[in-house]
Design a protein around this ligand. Sequence first.
Ligand SMILES: Cc1cc2nc3c(=O)[nH]c(=O)nc-3n(C[C@H](O)[C@H](O)[C@H](O)COP(=O)(O)OP(=O)(O)OC[C@H]3O[C@@H](n4cnc5c(N)ncnc54)[C@H](O)[C@@H]3O)c2cc1C
Length: 387
Amino acid sequence: MADLETFRREARAWLEANCPAEMREPVRDESDYCWGGRNPLFKSDAQKAWMERMAARGWTVPDWPREYGGGGLSPAETKVLRQEMAAAGARNPLMSFGISMLGPALLKYGTEAQKKRFLPEIARGEIRWCQGYSEPNAGSDLASVATKCEDRGDHWLVNGQKVWTSYADKADWIFCLVRTDPEAPKHKGISFILFDMRTPGVSTKPILLISGNSPFCETFFDDVKVPKDQVVGEVNKGWDVAKYLLGHEREMISGMGLGGTGESLGAALAERLKDDPILRADVARFDVDAMAFRAMSERFIDELKAGRAHPAQPSIMKYAGTELNKARHELIMAAGGSGALEWESERSKGGKAPREWLRTKANSIEGGTSEIQLGIVAKHILELPGT
Ligand SMILES: Cc1cc2nc3c(=O)[nH]c(=O)nc-3n(C[C@H](O)[C@H](O)[C@H](O)COP(=O)(O)OP(=O)(O)OC[C@H]3O[C@@H](n4cnc5c(N)ncnc54)[C@H](O)[C@@H]3O)c2cc1C
């Protein structure tokens, strides 16, 4: 493994020289994330420089092929890079549905022209995507999507509505599930299509939440004309693409269970635990579970990259990771006492603690609910009877 050690030394030196000090500070809130896009919002010059330097090396997507803007690293090198980034406290340079969801689906199902057109832009953070899956009557039962997509000879014509489309009002493009054959059995008449959110007929409406923060939108399509070459995979076989992408989405969401820096909760809450033996025991139990989850994730991700993963593996990870993240924030709130519940006070760090705690409630819904993940495990691993 001498080569890997050389790579580790080089990566460490490069990160040391190129990651600005400000980008090694822990993320404080949503505005610390860089989402890129056609009109990117950078919080500081350091944030911009960090994203651009990582993109120039292909390290926003280290394991994608170089010809599509990636770093061309092997799975082992990618793991080393992630370890060195964590050791340096380096922030993720780019948050992106393009990287975590659409990219893998395009790499597997896209035409060469689609890969060349979209992947380098995603890698450089130049295009921001949203996910048009859920509809008012198609969430868990996603294959019930009704958004109509008609073949009009030289273009597709899309009409319908999506809901819970995170950041639709900020996205440049959408990846979308549409019904291309209303007569076919429901899984067989779906296609996976991409289009620009500026296309005439696309509109979004924010959905407000009690927390005052909301990424959500309703998204409407009214006679939206889409070029013929923007369907990914075969027409009417979009369900395969959708499921593959969902596996990646669930793997990404499960990452919340890792809790960012890897610092134990016991260490983070040490001061508060001194005089509370019950909380102390709860936190110790949590930290043991967190260590077990970290080890499981590492193994699962290795298996996934090597193509040896069981198809239900992302469901196990999503379920376990989101339960863990919810438990983490329950304990943080418990340790914070009544002060942690204050909405905009100094004691609650400007409302950071309660907002994050409330946000975790959505973890077991987004990307497919916990009941659905457990249903998949029951069917495909435990082979229990049922639908
Ligand atoms: C924070 C967040 C972000 C999101 N972002 C997006 C996005 O960007 N794009 C997008 O397309 N969607 C997004 N969603 C929507 C999300 O994917 C759906 O909310 C989710 O798939 C559940 O669907 P539903 O809300 O229609 O619930 P329903 O399907 O109506 O389910 C309601 C309840 O019934 C249970 N249930 C349903 N069917 C079964 C079954 N067969 N067995 C057992 N229990 C069942 C569910 O588990 C759930 O508890 C987001 C959701 C959240 C919370």
